[in-house]
Ligand binder design. Structure first.
Ligand SMILES: [Zn+2]
Length: 67
């Protein structure tokens, strides 16, 4: 077998057992795919953390309703 078909995850460098047939190609998993996207948005994001979700402070936006 030729090793030129070897594909690695672009995020973590893990070998993709399915190569180009992987549904998440060129990443090993969805998380790495999203992490790569996150890196684009944040510059250089640490992938050891889950995806950063914008935390909206609901308490700050709570309007005093009529009572
Ligand atoms: Zn990966």
């Amino acid at each position: 077998m030729m090793p030129d078909n070897e594909q690695r995850c672009r995020t973590c460098g893990k070998l993709l057992p399915e190569g180009r047939a992987a549904p998440t190609f060129p990443f090993c998993c969805r998380r790495c795919k999203m992490a790569d996207l996150g890196r684009w948005f944040s510059g250089d994001y640490c992938i050891s953390e889950p995806l950063p979700l914008p935390e909206i402070d609901l308490a700050a936006e709570t309007e005093p309703g009529p009572k």
